[in-house]
Design a protein around this ligand. Sequence first.
Ligand SMILES: NC(=O)C1=CN([C@@H]2O[C@H](COP(=O)(O)OP(=O)(O)OC[C@H]3O[C@@H](n4cnc5c(N)ncnc54)[C@H](OP(=O)(O)O)[C@@H]3O)[C@@H](O)[C@H]2O)C=CC1
Ligand SMILES: O=C(O)[C@@H]1CCC=N1
Length: 264
Amino acid sequence: MIAIIGAGKMGEALLAGMLAKGHAPEDVLVTEPREEHAAELRRRHGVGTVGAAEAAKRAETLLLALKPQDMPALLDEISPHMSADRLVISVAAGITTAVLERHLPAGVPVVRAMPNTPALMGQGMTAVSGGAHAGPEHLDRAEELLASVGEVIRVGEQHMDTVTAISGSGPAYFYFIAETMIEAGVAMGMPRATAQKLVGQTVTGAAAMLTGSGEHPVVLREAVTSPGGTTAAALRELERHGVRTAFTDAIEAARDRSSALSGE
Ligand SMILES: NC(=O)C1=CN([C@@H]2O[C@H](COP(=O)(O)OP(=O)(O)OC[C@H]3O[C@@H](n4cnc5c(N)ncnc54)[C@H](OP(=O)(O)O)[C@@H]3O)[C@@H](O)[C@H]2O)C=CC1
Ligand SMILES: O=C(O)[C@@H]1CCC=N1
């Protein structure tokens, strides 16, 4: 039995992705504090909903997807029901395995994971790292579970705040660019639906080139940039406005915010 504690945006994306990949709804419990939300999840996904203590008693694997700020109180609530034969996987930004372990009985294996919302479409990217009591079998279990919603890599925990800034938050950066491109098209008089179609398929095509061609992004960008042409004119403006530096600073800010969320 798997329990997902906190089925908000990320928890529900993981839930939906797992069910779509064949996990049986009867094997998944969900904990959500608001009854209307819990009822909605039962209706939408056919899963059972229970309180956190009950989930902790019944599930071998607990997937914690609450806000980092809510995590300490939840850990204290489930702690009396936890033992070393369980596995706790936390997707909370910033919360270190040391913090998780401090709130749980000695020996409980914990895995810190950072997924992203494309998990909903089976296209997630998750990085995992194990705590002091997580052996290879626990990392294998976490990886197997999260692989049902996309790709999984293992990283040292010292990289987790950077992972959070790059792939955890990353989809939002691309949506921001997509939104900006659509608005530019609309501002130039194009119907919104047309701009949306052009941008959507351009993003899909560019992503396919990036992952499928094995080429570095610089090579792909050069192939688009005809001498004396339109792309060169656009890229010159992006550089003039410091977009490269803005992105680097943005990713550093996300990394620092993740680190601050640990509460340490
Ligand atoms: N969104 C994303 O792209 C990603 C998020 N994450 C991580 O996932 C976690 C959740 O983020 P996100 O889904 O965006 O946030 P949401 O606010 O959408 O989800 C959090 C959910 O947890 C519920 N909750 C609050 N307290 C409890 C409790 N005691 N027991 C059970 N459920 C509770 C909330 O209910 P209510 O609304 O009623 O308070 C809410 O539904 C965060 O730690 C975040 O760092 C990680 C990777 C990507
Ligand atoms: O914005 C956040 O804090 C979470 C973590 C990564 C993506 N969303």
